[in-house]
Design a protein around this ligand. Structure first.
Ligand code: SPV
Ligand code: MG
Length: 582
């Protein structure tokens, strides 16, 4: 809801008439602010197995004025009204009907119509009274009717200036309010319909619906005579014993509950203001007021804080790239510095990582470490050293960056190209240890006889079949190169996220194993020669949950010249870091 609400002005504008054509009648609720709009938009009731809701909103002159503390007497100007309308539009998606008062003079009305149509308002209703008008529900107010010809020309002016027929110009008859009777209302209706009115609103301040029902009854034959039937509108404020369903059955297409949200809040505010004074504190008012948490949720504050939290989480993270090892396929260069389309793999990695918002990037160098030279000194990466790269493996390299792990980190192998979204998705899971897992490895051509980092999922069956979920989270039960390709569910992509807690768990296990591990360590001959996957298997064995996030495509491992050729061919038409491998 709220900022997540997505509708274009044109789509919203058309939705009112589409809904009337679809259902025959629409139920409209008054709103006077963004908050009342959100509440009206989301109100639902279950009845007879279906969900009832409002089809749109009424932006009332009475309640817009009252919200500002003003009487409804043409005092609040159009600019202010439009400001309120815009507030409501901004946080809702349903159609809005605007109470245009008398519309002002034809020139003013033209500008109003243009503005409302551009905003995505579906209809404006103007009343045939003389400016400045007085609210219709006050029996003591003088109600001077406009000359019907003058009013009809105003309707025409509004229709001429609108850009599409979807925007409705509705004429409101005040004959019954002014006490000049049904026949005057019918005569005026005829004149306004001939002038092109898209709808007729018949207003009444009687407690009994009799006179508007009499109008509705005469409206059918009148329209048949005129050969068209503009939509018929009712505002049952005083005659509210009649139901919406009964009004629809009588021929009304739009039923407007015109001021109830404001009146409800007025009563509630008055009572609570009184209560606090009486109790000398606010505690007694608590049962009558909404919790701040619900207000936050209603206006989408929780989404703001959630995003803040995620953003700050990402900003605190480091990326650690162990790049100390020697790859026999590229004996003369650190893997990070392998060239793909004229740039180092590390360049692509830095670019992708920075797109996630992570600024702290740590590279652990070893073999041919001097080649990093000064090239990356200015690039704000931190270099760590693994001088024992010949007698150790990637786990040892990773922990040479131990001081950069504390606030959580992302591990990225030095020989992969990847889409930055993979990193973002891992962090977004909110889990402590999450590995990016490719579920499509079985379908890949692996021309080299490389031993892949494979994984078995504890619940693969549940995530295997087709799913609307763009990314499925699973629990890893086994990880390593010795897993039979036939039984493996995934290939580990070489990107893993460790939250602050996840990093601590990993670090504790590492320290522990450093003290206790003797001889072979999982798939490695010794703890020194262990891979990160060996320590992750150790965690799994210690009942730590290691999650896998299933991804498809978006990464490529550079293992030989063929991989480089594939990467280069895919990059040609694309931005360098947006690589999609298959
Ligand atoms: C409004 O809501 O401002 C209206 C309807 O114009 S009524 O108050 O009944 O006149
Ligand atoms: Mg009004």
């Amino acid at each position: 809801m709220v900022i997540e609400t997505k509708v274009t002005p044109g789509r919203r504008l058309r939705a009112l008439m589409e809904c009337i054509n679809d259902k025959g009648f629409v139920r409209i609720l008054e709103t006077h602010s963004g908050l009342s709009g959100i509440i009206a938009e989301n109100a639902t009731v279950e009845r007879d197995g279906s969900t009832l809701e409002y089809d749109g909103f009424w932006e009332s002159s009475l309640t817009d004025s009252a919200t500002k503390g003003y009487p409804d007497a043409s005092i609040v100007g159009n600019d202010s009204r439009i400001h309120t309308i815009d507030e409501i539009l901004n946080v809702t998606s349903k159609p809005i009907i605007v109470d245009g008062d008398t519309g002002g003079d034809p020139a003013q009305f033209r500008y109003l119509v243009r503005h409302l149509e551009r905003l995505g308002v579906s209809a404006v209703i103007i009343e045939d009274k003389v400016y400045p008008k007085r609210n219709s529900l006050d029996a003591s107010a003088s109600q001077s009717l406009e000359d019907p010809e003058v009013f009809a020309s105003k309707i025409q002016a509004g229709r001429e200036v609108r850009l599409s027929d979807d925007f409705l110009v509705i004429a409101r008859l005040e004959s019954l309010i002014a006490g000049v009777g049904l026949q005057d209302a019918l005569d005026r209706a005829e004149q306004y319909i001939i002038a092109g009115a898209d709808g007729i609103m018949i207003h009444s301040s009687k407690r009994d619906p009799e006179e508007i029902l009499a109008f509705a009854e005469a409206y059918g034959p009148l329209c048949r005579r005129l050969g068209k039937r503009p939509v018929l509108v009712s505002v049952p404020t005083t005659y509210n014993s009649i139901s919406d369903t009964e009004l629809a059955a009588a021929g009304f297409n739009i039923v407007i509950h015109a001021n109830h949200m404001l009146r409800a809040s007025h009563r509630a505010m008055k009572e609570v203001a009184q209560q606090i004074l009486e109790s000398d504190r606010s505690m007694e008012a608590d049962p009558f007021i909404t919790s701040t948490a619900e207000i936050f949720a209603t206006v989408g504050f929780d989404l703001v804080t959630e995003r803040d939290w995620k953003a700050s989480l990402v900003q605190r993270l480091s990326v650690i790239i162990p790049a100390a090892g020697r790859d026999p396929a590229f004996p003369d260069t650190p893997k990070s510095l392998i060239q793909v389309a004229g740039r180092h793999i590390l360049d692509y990695q830095l670019e992708a990582v920075r797109r996630t918002g992570i600024n702290k990037i740590v590279v652990v160098r070893g073999h041919e470490g001097q080649q990093f030279g000064t090239r990356y000194a200015d690039e704000e990466i931190t270099l760590c050293e693994n001088p024992r790269y010949e007698e150790t493996f990637d786990l040892y390299s990773l922990f040479q960056a131990e001081q950069h792990m504390q606030r959580g980190f992302v591990l990225i192998y030095s020989d992969i190209l990847f889409d930055h979204e993979i990193v973002q998705k891992l962090v977004d899971t909110g889990e402590d240890i999450v590995l990016a897992m490719d579920g499509s490895y079985q379908y890949h051509m692996h021309e080299i006889d490389k031993r892949l980092d494979l994984a078995i999922s504890a619940n693969r069956r549940e995530v295997h079949h087709r799913s609307l979920q763009p990314a499925a989270l699973t629990e890893i039960s086994r990880l390593g190169k010795d897993i039979d390709r036939e039984v493996a569910d995934y290939e580990f992509v070489g990107i893993a996220y460790f939250s602050e807690q996840g990093a601590k768990t990993l670090l504790d296990a590492y320290k522990d194993c450093q003290q206790t591990a003797r001889g072979a360590f999982h798939e490695a001959g010794s703890f020194n020669m262990a891979s990160v996957t060996d320590l992750l298997q150790e965690l799994i064995n210690r009942d730590v949950t290691v999650h896998g996030l299933e991804i498809h495509k978006g990464w490529l491992e550079i293992h030989n010249q063929h991989d480089i050729a594939v990467a280069e061919s895919e990059m040609l038409p694309m931005a360098p870091a947006v690589l999609v491998a298959d």
